[in-house]
Design a binder for this molecule. Structure first.
Ligand code: CA
Length: 219
């Protein structure tokens, strides 16, 4: 007998309601984000809290976020870091630049966020060639899916040993499990998942939070 849950909207609402501890400023940023175009890109509250939880677990101080959007998840990351912690938050879309800033100020985390606009591949490659390579505790990848494998390879060089690489949307609304779905994003995510499964540079886990979260720890 299977105990697999069907995570429907009702159960998800219960999860958020019964477990997410969210300051007022953050709840406001979330509801504001829902009014923006592409609001399906926002990280769900339970997932964002989970990411913050993981970062605390590994005592993360230096984190990179690839794909910021309005900065909702960035807020959770920054809240999880100590006072001297820093998240380099990268997004190529200038439309979203600074939307989260008022919230970050209210939360008192603005000084921990280094917001950068540009192509993630370029910014990550620069960091890889800098003295910061191998110094990061975690990288959260939540941007264009066809580049996930490229982000993964650079992230592996950026994190320390036992550093964490977190991938969002790894279940892609379930499309990855449908052999008839073979668009570029779906294929990229499916291929990467099997690649990491067989990659002995990391330990790997695929979790059914929100749209699927992949967790890789560098060996
Ligand atoms: Ca996402």
């Amino acid at each position: 007998m299977s105990n697999l849950l069907d995570i429907n909207q009702n159960l998800h609402s219960y999860i958020v309601d019964s477990s997410v501890r969210q300051p007022e400023a953050l709840a406001k940023l979330y509801s504001t984000t829902l009014t923006y175009p592409d609001s399906q890109m926002v990280t769900m509250p339970d997932q964002a809290q989970f990411i913050g939880f993981l970062l605390k677990l590994i005592n993360a101080k230096k984190v990179i976020e690839v794909g910021v959007y309005t900065g909702y998840c960035t807020s959770w990351i920054a809240m999880a870091l100590p006072e001297n912690g820093k998240v380099i938050a990268i997004d190529r879309d200038e439309r979203w630049y600074g939307i989260g800033q008022e919230c970050w100020r209210e939360l008192g985390v603005e000084s921990k966020i280094d917001l950068r606009t540009g192509e993630a591949i370029d910014i990550l490659s620069e960091l890889k060639s800098s003295s910061q390579a191998g110094q990061f505790d975690a990288v959260f990848i939540d941007a264009d899916k066809s580049n996930y494998d490229n982000y993964y390879e650079i992230a592996l060089r950026l994190v320390r040993q036992k550093g964490l690489i977190i991938f969002d949307n790894m279940l892609w609304s379930g499309k990855v499990a449908d052999p008839d779905k073979n668009d570029l994003s779906t294929r990229s995510l499916r291929d990467l998942t099997y690649k990491i499964k067989n990659d002995d540079r990391v330990d790997f886990s695929l979790i059914t939070v929100a749209d699927g979260v992949g967790l890789a720890i560098k060996r």
